[in-house]
Design a protein around this ligand. Sequence first.
Ligand SMILES: Cc1cc2nc3c(=O)[nH]c(=O)nc-3n(C[C@H](O)[C@H](O)[C@H](O)COP(=O)(O)O)c2cc1C
Length: 364
Amino acid sequence: MNGNSIGKALIFTCFGESHGTCIGAVIDGCPAGLPLTEEDIQAELNKRKPGLSAVSTSRKEEDRVEIISGIYRGYTTGAPICMIVRNRDVQSENYEHIKNKPRPGHADYTSYIKYGEYNDYRGGGRFSGRVTAAYVMAGAVAKKLLETLKVEILAHTIQIGRVKVHRTILYDEIRRNTYRNPVRCADLEIASLMEKEILEASKEGDSLGGIVEGIALNLPAGLGEPIFDSLDADIAKIMFNIPAVKGVEFGAGFRAASLKGSENNDQYAVRGEKVVTLSNNSGGVLGGISTGMPLTVRVAFKPTPSISKKQRTVDLRCMEETEIEIKGRHDPCIVPRAVPVVEACLAFILADHAIRSQKIPRIL
Ligand SMILES: Cc1cc2nc3c(=O)[nH]c(=O)nc-3n(C[C@H](O)[C@H](O)[C@H](O)COP(=O)(O)O)c2cc1C
């Protein structure tokens, strides 16, 4: 397993398992002199805490951050920052039956093939959505770094199951409403329809997917390292490393395939001292480099794999076909809890690239 780190100037290493001692993040390369407290990290973690409503898992985790290293007198020192949250509400017995009978849609089968008897399957182990607590801790540091450039990161739910947001949402609505409802949608009327949709699916022992939109505002033009570390490629990579992500698109995204050049091109204009574009179908990235317009990325999540409906699987001990009914506590829809994770992932890659482009100095 050597794929647990991401970033080039700012490097995030993720560790911990769902039912192990803790989930943790090590951030190496953070400039010295950034004011950083446990409250800064905790505020972000609180947004993804489980057990907050009927639309999320009933696993109750306090997710209280402990900063182990890298901070002295309230400032980063330039040394690695290690942060953990302990696992407290663990019920490993619910996972005994999946040891040999892989859950359809989860990583039980592929992790068994790769790590054999040594795989920690309890609670999904390394493949649990719980590892995203580490992503959020890393993102909290990145957000503080981006604040020095006045870059703002937003995210909100735009689709759950068949319920979609159809209108343009204002940035102020996202700021005001997203974390005021359990599904993290900025349109409060649509939010209550989404909540109903999740509760109905959950009553039937089923689950739903959906789409989260992430936005970066006030991003400087010029971030991104073509060819292979282009900004959109790096953002897509981290987003695809959020468990259950099945699609990532920027700006007009897949819709661009059906537009004409004259419809898709973002034409240039001057506003004040700045070159701007009159539309933003590129989603704020051209040639892998930020344009200075809002960066918009949409991330599609599949329905939660663990559902209580009866499903077909295989008993790997005797290679016989059998059935599985999944017990335990699961999110009936991953999307609401993934919103702060999308924010964190976007912030992390932008902070890494801001350091690489020398927009953020080594000592603040
Ligand atoms: C925040 C979050 C919470 C999740 N919660 C659950 C869950 O309760 N039950 C479940 O089966 N999968 C859950 N997942 C999804 C699985 O971790 C994921 O589907 C699995 O690791 C297989 O990976 P893949 O879907 O990316 O192929 C969650 C994912 C995230 C991001």
